[in-house]
Design a protein. Structure first.
Lengths: 334, 334
């Protein structure tokens, strides 16, 4: 039962997706407050057949709110999450601000819903690439521990927000028309190009996105020893993320066993038709709730039978962000 | 000394690149025959300031030819390579037709030039993704054996030829203009999408492109035991391939050692400026001879210090195909 839901960052790509998902899942709070910066105040956003006006986010925005989904960036979360919890709301935060805090549950509902039992008013929604990989790997890890993963991502523009998606479109149009390329949201040309994920690089050589995938997975899986090597790359795709994942299990496992486990795993659709040559693709994963998993095969580079390779695509805006947050909301409110 | 050079498939993306590279490297055969199918006969292609007409490839095309570069697909190579060698030519074949033949050298000049010493008239040019990875990994393997690699590729449209590059451009234009998408060269939408490499999949679950990277590397490195797990993916980039590579060495090695080795390796440019956030990108690698290597870091998932992660970009049409063939030509003719 939800009396009053606030969506902070309602005009962003994730916020809009959340508004859309609410309706589809039949979630009908008594009241919804769409909040954003003053710049966006007054914008109308359709929620369940009604156009709701966006209100300016302020200190008094959370009076009477019982749940608030934050998707407005880490700074906004740091500034307003405590305001919301002080007003009595439970915050589901999509930023990275609180994910690694010891007293903040970091939850993928298909993996660790039990972690929602104890919290201090803030629940963190994991990084999009983390969620998509976790949904595919957890069902396997549960039955045969994954000792090590090597991941390479193919991340869509949507991960950097609505303006980044628009930049990919408009810059690609400029490229095709031989107009000069002006990078804006991204530091480098995104049209017909790809680049190492543009987050800061730490002293160990890993960028923040890669570090998130490592640290968050360890927290979500309750397995601080799982070894993860990862390279995060931005590709000129609009909205679904892809990941090439190489797994080393504790015990031998076959591709058939992996396929069987994933076929009945929640949030997973196995798309692995060698005959029809149908495998996960971002355009197919876009707008879908399930993460698609395919190219499941025994890794020939691990002759002891403990290696599996697979390829995953998941909608970054849905399961990678808004859907996961709303699934958390459903669990909290049920 | 080259008297008469034939370029078979002169109107294709690789053939045209070969014509361009010849001039740049000061290679001036007495005579050049540009050969292609009857459909392309009469086309004029600039070679060293002169427009040369394309002639129809036929049984009598190789009279007097001493070297022939074939880039017209495996079927054409199977049909005409023996015709060329019977006429006395040495064939440098860019197709996969002969690569794994025991008596055909498979050569990356930076890696195994010595293999050119013995041949039966045919030299095979390796797969583009193989070459680009080999140039980056061989200098390391030479000093500290690579036991295992896990590779994920980000392959440009150019690998499927000039028509595929044009399809990516035109289909992207269609997408942006909301016109219907009609896949042609590629079986799936390439605009703002990516997909598992569209080569046939064998009984072990690996597609032909992946299998080539494994088998060819073992042959080129003279190391049949090197373990390679690989996933090949086509991305909406026009002409340079990228590869995310995770290495396991026999003995511990540091990122600094790797950077030092690669800094003086032939055919490699280290582009790894964490400060300026400059790393390899396909648009920078396009039109360049060297393969760019960056994101060099100790793999945190291999705590014994034997793991390194890196990211490589190389021009698929140049080092991945035409340039490598011409480097072989130079070695043969020197």
């Amino acid at each position: 039962m939800i009396n009053h839901l606030a969506i902070v960052g309602a005009t962003g790509a994730v916020g809009r997706e959340a508004c859309d998902i609410l309706t589809g899942r039949g979630i009908e709070p008594e009241r919804i407050s769409l909040l954003a910066s003053s710049r966006s105040a007054g914008t109308l956003i359709p929620v369940g057949g009604t156009d709701l006006p966006v209100l300016e986010l302020a200190e008094d925005s959370f009076a009477g709110v019982d749940y608030a989904i934050f998707s407005a960036g880490g700074d906004r979360s740091k500034q307003y999450a405590s305001v919301a919890t002080a007003a009595g709301a439970v915050v589901i935060d999509n930023s990275s601000a609180f994910r690694m805090d010891r007293d903040v549950p970091l939850v993928v509902p298909e993996v660790n819903p039990g972690d929602l039992a104890v919290h201090n008013g803030i629940i963190a929604n994991p990084n999009c690439s983390t969620i998509i990989m976790n949904v595919a790997v957890w069902p396997l890890h549960k039955v045969n521990r994954v000792e090590r993963m090597v991941i390479s991502t193919y991340q869509a523009a949507s991960g950097a927000g609505a303006a980044a998606m628009e930049e990919l479109r408009s810059q690609t149009g400029d490229y095709l028309a031989d107009r000069p390329i002006k990078p804006g949201v991204f530091p480098s040309q995104c049209a017909f190009n790809l680049f190492s994920h543009n987050t800061p690089i730490g002293p160990d050589g890993y960028n923040t996105e890669e570090r998130k995938m490592i640290d968050e997975t360890r927290k979500i899986f309750h397995d601080p020893a799982i070894a993860i090597g990862v390279t995060c790359v931005r590709v000129p795709v609009l909205r679904a993320h892809s990941e090439s994942i190489n797994l080393t299990f504790e015990k031998p496992i076959t591709a058939g066993e992996v396929r069987d486990i994933l076929a009945s795993a929640p949030g997973v659709e196995v798309v692995d038709d060698v005959e029809a040559r149908r495998f996960p693709m971002p355009i197919d994963a876009s707008g879908r709730d399930d993460c698609m998993v395919g190219r499941i095969r025994q890794d020939v580079s691990q002759p002891d039978g403990r290696g599996i390779e697979l390829f995953v695509c998941g909608d970054q805006l849905r399961k990678g962000a808004a859907l996961n947050a709303i699934q958390i909301l459903e669990l909290l409110a049920s």
